[in-house]
Each structure stands twice: as C-alpha cells, then as structure tokens.
Design a protein around this ligand. Structure first.
Ligand SMILES: [Zn+2]
Length: 269
C-alpha cells in the first residue's frame, strides 16, 4: 500500500525503495517490476536531490532524478508511465506519477521565476525557495474536470482530433484561475459541445501525470441544447446508448471508470 508523505524521516532506511526517474520514465526490474534499492539509487542518481514520497508496503519510498544519458543496469529498464501501469498496477503507478512530477518540478525550478537567483528546497514543506528574494514555488498541479453527460439510457461522448480512430470519451477540460470546479464544468460542456447540463454528481478523482493534471470526475444530467462540436478541439460528439458504446479509453484512465460505472448503474437501475 502507498501512503503519501511529505516530511522525510530523519534517517534513510537501508530497506528503502527508490523511484529513479529519467525524464518521464521510472526504473523497474524486468520480470517482476521491482523497484531499485539504496545502493542502485546512490550509483545512478549520484548527488542528485532525494525527494521523500511516503511509504510503500511499510518501506520508505524516495525519488531521485537520473541523468538523461544514464543507462539502466542489465535486467532493468526505464519504463514510461503507461508501461509502468501495465507492469506494476494502480497503487505503484500513483507513486510513480508522484515521483515523475516531483523530480520534473525540481528540475524546472532551479532558478527563481521572479529574480532569477538559484533556489533551494524549503524545509518542512514541498517547495523550492529563492535564496535571494524568498519566492516559493510549489509543485505544479492542474485541476481538470471530466464529465459523463447522460440523457436516459444515452451518454454524450466525444472524440478529439488526437484520439485513435473510432475512440470516444467523456468531455474534459482544465479549471481556469478564479473558476469553481462546477463553473469550469458548465463552461467546458457549453464550449465543446454546446449543450447545457444540471445535477452534477461528483464521482471521484485521479492524478493524471501527463504532465501534471488532477482529474475530477462527474456525472451530469443533460438539460437542453443541440450538440454543436467545437471544431478546433472536437472531431465528433454524439449520443450513444449504454448497450452500443464505441471504443473508449483503457482502464488506466478515470474516463474508463466514469463510463463503465455509468453503464453498470444503468444495468443495476
Ligand atoms: Zn527570487
């Protein structure tokens, strides 16, 4: 079980597990998807910053960045987060997403965005602090809404131009500064497909580390309007009956969980 933590323990345990991050990939042992131990971490990450992530199955879990040019040891390989999920499952995937985002955040906040001076890790919180002016930079997190719109036995699904051929999904969009989550949902739905919704029902969240989203999942009831896809973003949008859905995203995504849980509820209802 993965328990996120921020405050590092006083000592690094010699049974600690390490997420060694190279760009957007994490080192895994081939065969059993094991994580690196302290010796391998010290050798590959060198003097790079160690970030405490929490505990995994009761053992300390740390992350550190590895140089782009470094080679994985024999029997190990750097896996991108999609392969990582397939190899290591949901729980470790959440921890790996945390590792990749935190290492990348540190890499891209080595200097102050206000005065340009070097930064250092702040104590007691996950932040980089400017040594000259004190500006704090926290890990970047971009909340986004994702919504399954339903009308009786039908769901409104859409495909973006970048989806694989034939795949449809729930609508999604980022929350803008100064917006409520509900307001963002209404705006996105109106902008992307031109319909109105009501009775929002929160269905859970999912960190989505591509690169730093937090997906907030909803059901919403159709309240009026005709589908008018926004041409720049939406290739097609349509109502699909629960028993004749198109191809949908895989089980790694909250989109899949929203759609399948709605179908299951229709069946149960
Ligand atoms: Zn500064």
């Amino acid at each position: 079980m993965f328990r996120p933590g921020v405050t590092p323990p006083r000592d690094r345990d010699d049974t600690a597990l390490w997420m060694l991050v190279q760009r957007d990939r994490v080192l895994l042992r081939e065969g059993d998807a094991g994580l690196a131990g302290p010796e391998r971490a010290a050798r590959l990450a060198g003097a790079g910053t160690a970030h405490y992530l929490g505990t995994l199955d009761g053992r300390q879990l740390w992350a550190a960045g590895v140089d782009d040019g470094a080679e994985a040891d024999e029997g190990w390989r750097f896996s991108d987060l999609f392969s990582f999920h397939a190899l290591a499952g949901d729980e470790r995937w959440l921890a790996a997403g945390r590792a990749v985002q935190i290492v990348e955040w540190e890499r891209t906040h080595r200097f102050c965005g206000r005065c340009g001076a070097p930064t250092e890790q702040a104590r007691g919180e996950r932040a980089m602090r400017c040594r000259r002016c004190g500006l704090l930079a926290f890990p970047r997190l971009s909340p986004a809404v994702i919504v399954l719109i339903h009308r009786g036995d039908e769901a409104l699904l859409a495909r973006s131009h970048r989806f694989p051929e034939g795949m449809y999904s729930a609508l999604a969009g980022f929350v803008e500064p100064g917006e409520t989550v509900e307001g963002a949902l209404m705006r996105e739905v109106e902008e992307e497909v031109g319909v109105r919704v009501r009775n929002l029902e929160y269905r859970g969240s999912q960190p989505w580390p591509f690169p730093n989203s937090l997906m907030l999942g909803f059901f919403a009831e159709y309240a009026g309007g005709k589908i008018v896809p926004e041409a720049a973003e939406i290739a097609d949008a349509a109502w699909f009956p629960a028993d004749a859905l198109p191809a949908i995203p895989g089980p790694i995504s909250i989109a899949n969980r929203l759609i399948t849980s709605w179908v299951a509820r229709r069946g149960a209802g």
